[in-house]
Design a protein around this ligand. Structure first.
Ligand SMILES: NC(=O)N[C@@H](CC(=O)O)C(=O)O
Ligand SMILES: [Zn+2]
Ligand SMILES: [Zn+2]
Length: 452
């Protein structure tokens, strides 16, 4: 039996306590006398959250292992406090078959640093024309429940309707990248507004998102099925979701840390690190997103971690790839922007970064209260620790980190996944030994030949 004792953690809504973990399950909460064979993790003064769950990451494997692999992405996830991540289907080949989904699942398990849950494509090849094998993916070992063409919008209303009907019997959900392709064309690369005018860049208007979300909530109502709105970025979308929820429509939504914190004016320096889809919006939108996360209109925070190799990102703004890293900084950004301002407390963070995403994604064993009988997925947070982000220190294989050089308050110090410590910053100076340890495990455990 493997045993772990977590000493003196601040549990939500309770006093500090020790946790005894045996074979991956919490077996005692209170004052625990450590068995002699137990590993001990000091959590004095740290907030213990249920392991964080990310509904939206891009791990790039298979196809773009030069940007990220399931191994490097898993290491970044563990460092960010995540015990489960949903890997988007826009890989090469696309995750649009049961075999492809099982392969992602198996690669994630071989790493063992976090649960890697494959997202299935809605349409074959993400082409928007023909439904993918939704039922086969759902019935596979990967038990796919979340389907998304993310990177592309399921823009054909008839396909969206069919997909919603199809996934309803097995409790699936469609995560929609809401972007009307006619209102925000391929060339659109920043928010349509004053800044796009000044920069002379083609704009992506908020209505391109809002109009698709309005249509989709009506399709969800019509089919009685479930829609999840990926990376909500505008105040107008928040209004639509608020209305839909008030009608009892089965809709959920996520917001990214970057849309909660960063605004369009960062683009004035033409730095492609800030190029992302949907684009950074003006501060009025950012304010509305924060308020919506605080009042529950937006259910979850999801990173949309989107690593890109240098040769794809370091271009003139119009030509650079869309996307930014997010896994390692998410908790710190949420702490800095939402907790310090008093908009959320730590119990709310547990809800929006763990319980809600676990529920939306259908993971019954994740997002659970830290109590006897729960699986030991635990994230230990120091709410007062200041971190200055260093892109070069990332576990990710890519360096498109918009937080580089910024100081954020609140940080993940350790992560426990299924009873195993997958990250511990204090395990030596600046976390370096942890990192080496992690990398050794990774190179041993994967077949990708990742030269970490
Ligand atoms: N968010 C992004 O800017 N890019 C994502 C795709 C997506 O989430 O739409 C990517 O795959 O790089
Ligand atoms: Zn997207
Ligand atoms: Zn995405």
């Amino acid at each position: 039996m493997t045993r772990l004792v977590i000493r003196g953690a601040r549990l939500l809504g309770a006093d500090a306590a020790d946790l005894l973990v045996e074979d991956g399950v919490i077996t005692e909460v209170g004052s625990v006398s450590a068995p002699s064979d137990a590993q001990v993790l000091d959590a004095d003064g740290l907030v213990a959250l249920p392991g964080l769950v990310d509904l939206h990451v891009h791990l790039r494997e298979p196809g773009r292992e030069d940007a990220e692999t399931i191994a490097t992405g898993s290491a970044a996830a563990a460092a960010g406090g995540f015990t489960a991540v949903f890997a988007m289907a826009n890989t090469s080949p696309v995750t649009d078959t049961a075999e492809a989904a099982e392969r992602v699942l198996d690669l994630g398990r071989a790493c063992g640093l976090t649960e890697v849950v494959p997202v299935g494509a809605v349409t074959k090849g993400l082409e928007g024309a023909e439904l993918a094998e939704l039922g086969l993916m759902a019935r596979s070992r990967a038990k796919v429940r979340v389907f998304s063409d993310d990177g592309h919008c399921v823009h054909d209303a008839r396909i969206m309707r069919r997909a919603l009907e199809y996934i309803k019997p097995f409790g699936g959900v469609i995560s929609q990248h809401a972007q009307d392709p006619r209102l925000a064309g391929r060339e659109a690369c920043c928010h349509e507004g004053e800044v796009s005018g000044r920069l002379g860049l083609p704009g992506w208007p908020g209505i391109a998102e809002e109009s698709v979300v309005a249509r989709d909530v009506m399709l969800a109502r019509h089919t009685g099925s479930r829609v999840h709105v990926a990376h909500v970025s505008t105040a107008g979308t928040v209004e639509v979701i608020r209305w839909a929820k008030a009608q009892g429509i089965d809709v959920t939504a996520e917001v990214t840390p970057h849309h909660l914190a960063l605004t369009t004016d960062l683009l004035l320096g033409y730095d492609p690190v800030y190029k992302v889809n949907p684009p950074l919006r003006p501060s009025e939108d950012v304010e509305a997103l924060r308020a919506a996360l605080a009042d529950g209109t937006i259910d979850a925070v999801a990173t949309d971690h989107a690593p890109h190799a240098r040769q794809d990102k370091e271009h003139a703004f119009v030509d650079a790839a869309f996307g930014m890293l997010g896994l390692e900084t998410a908790l710190s950004v949420v702490s800095d922007v939402m907790v310090r301002s008093g908009l959320l407390d730590w119990a709310d963070v547990a809800r929006v970064m763990s319980a809600a995403p676990a529920r939306i994604g259908g993971l019954a064993h994740q997002g659970r209260e830290l109590a006897v009988g729960s699986p030991a997925h635990i994230t230990l947070v120091d709410p007062d620790r200041e971190v200055t982000v260093d892109a070069a220190a990332s576990r990710s294989r890519s360096r498109n980190n918009p937080w580089h050089g910024r100081t954020l308050r609140g940080a993940v110090l350790a992560t426990v996944h299924a009873g195993r410590v997958t990250h511990d910053v204090r395990n030596g100076a600046d976390g370096a030994p942890t990192r080496r340890g992690t990398e050794r495990e990774l190179t041993n455990a994967t077949t990708t030949g990742a030269d970490l």
